[in-house]
Design a protein around this ligand. Sequence first.
Ligand code: HEC
Length: 173
Amino acid sequence: MLAKIKNIFIVLLLVLIITQFLRPEKNLGSYDSITSFEEATGVSEEVKTVLQNNCYDCHSNTTRYPWFMEVSPVTHYMAYKIEEGKEHFNVSTWESYTDKQKDRKLEELIEEIEYKKMPLKPYTWVHGELSGSDAKTLIGWAKEAREKAKAPTKDSLPEQVVDSMAVSSVTAK
Ligand code: HEC
């Protein structure tokens, strides 16, 4: 019995050592792609910090790699989750979504946070849970971004409406 356990242990150790050398490709794109998402959705400095600390590692093309993320099997697990996370929601490819998709992503973002499904579980063991106030910050920002995207722009309104807007803003003074 004891010998068997010892053998299993040795095999596990070997697997761990070998997989250290099988490095998955890193997710190290430029931050520029995130900037256009942040501009489009009106991300403030506060929101930016929360997103950077809790979400971008799996939902953008730019992941931070602290030492423990370099170690197998964490590195393999994370590579897999980053791939999956980006497939569902990638801020680095925000511009490639249609307006409808963008709205849907923001709606899901609110839901995921409300149901405490994001950030993903094992990730929060090391990075910590999203605090109540951070969750509120993100939900507030996402709701506002959805509203803003829905508000008609001047270009989409008929000319007469734009004219009357100009008149009312003059008379309001
Ligand atoms: C450790 C990686 C990881 C982190 C960190 C993470 N996510 Fe996710 N996220 C995923 C994965 C994987 C999925 C898809 C599978 C699932 O829903 O579990 C997902 C799904 C989502 C979806 C659903 C998108 C869709 O179209 O279905 C949203 C929205 C989302 N995450 C937002 C966030 C936000 C906001 C944060 C930060 C508060 C965050 N995620 C942090 C990995 C992560």
